[in-house]
Design a protein around this ligand. Structure first.
Ligand code: 3DU
Length: 251
């Protein structure tokens, strides 16, 4: 089943537009794996996908580590997103993309800054052949993001525009499944929504711990919010995930 179908099914089934970011920390890999699985299971009725970051891959490894969490997510009917922020030349991007796909991931996050030719072309090609999704960074949620994503660039025919607008246009041109735009910047979510049209998905991290507000992100045009620490550091991750779910109910 394609990522698109998987996330739509999970979103409808759980009436949720919250993606859980599973970035727990623990020096003991066994305990880290167990804690991550526990949070995932508790939050699972209230989320529509799980996002795994490279920090968990570093701590647990891909095989006999993160792949088991991917399996648990699939058993719970949840799709998985690898937050690899791929940003290298073609052949290493291709190697990493294959490894993540073999692990079972349904979608990958990449940085458009690598460009198309011998950059992200191989990633899109592999994804397309296998029903996987590519989600592109368009505007990050941290304050420093403005340094580059808001940089004014000259357009070919004259005039200026901020870098993130060009990145949003690339997401459409390259047929990405979606974009990442920080929840801390609702006005930029609105602008990106206008640029990418209704079909391209907007994922919005930075909710809660980073100061972003889920409702504001949805009102600005986000399709999904990504929430990590506010859920997994809470005393009751299931209950907190439910609160986010309720704030983002579809109908
Ligand atoms: O701040 P939180 O704990 O809710 O985690 C946010 C997650 O989203 C985390 O995995 C981080 O790597 C990811 N993310 C951003 O926070 C901001 C971005 O622009 C892109 C991804």
């Amino acid at each position: 089943m394609s990522f698109d179908a998987r996330i739509q099914n999970a979103s409808e089934q759980n009436n949720s537009r919250t993606v859980l970011a599973l970035d727990l920390e623990d020096p003991d890999p066994g305990r880290l794996a167990a804690k991550s699985e526990e949070v995932l299971r508790k939050a699972s009725p209230y989320i529509c996908a799980v996002k795994i970051n490279r920090q968990l891959v570093l701590a647990l490894g891909l095989r006999h580590g993160v792949d088991q969490l991917v399996g648990v997510a699939h058993d719970l009917s949840l799709p998985t997103i690898m937050d690899a922020k791929l940003n290298d030349v073609g052949h290493t991007n291709e190697f990493m993309m294959r490894a993540y796909m073999e692990t079972g991931f349904d979608a990958i996050i990449a940085s458009p800054m690598a460009g198309w030719e011998n950059g992200l072309d191989s990633v899109f090609k592999l994804a397309k052949a296998d029903g996987k999704a590519v989600i592109l960074l368009v505007y990050m949620s941290n304050p420093g993001a403005a340094e580059f994503y808001s940089l004014m660039i000259a357009e070919r025919g004259g005039g200026m525009k901020p870098m993130y607008e060009l990145l949003a246009e690339k997401a459409v041109e390259w047929r990405a499944h979606g974009t990442i735009v920080g929840a801390t910047k609702p006005q930029i979510i609105e602008r990106v929504r206008r640029l990418v049209g209704p079909n391209l998905r907007i994922y919005s991290p930075g909710v809660g711990a980073q100061g972003g507000d889920a409702r504001m992100a949805f009102d600005a045009g986000a399709d999904y919010v990504i929430v990590g620490r506010s859920i997994y550091n809470s005393a009751d991750p299931g209950e907190t995930a439910k609160e986010y779910r309720d704030a983002s109910k579809i109908g």
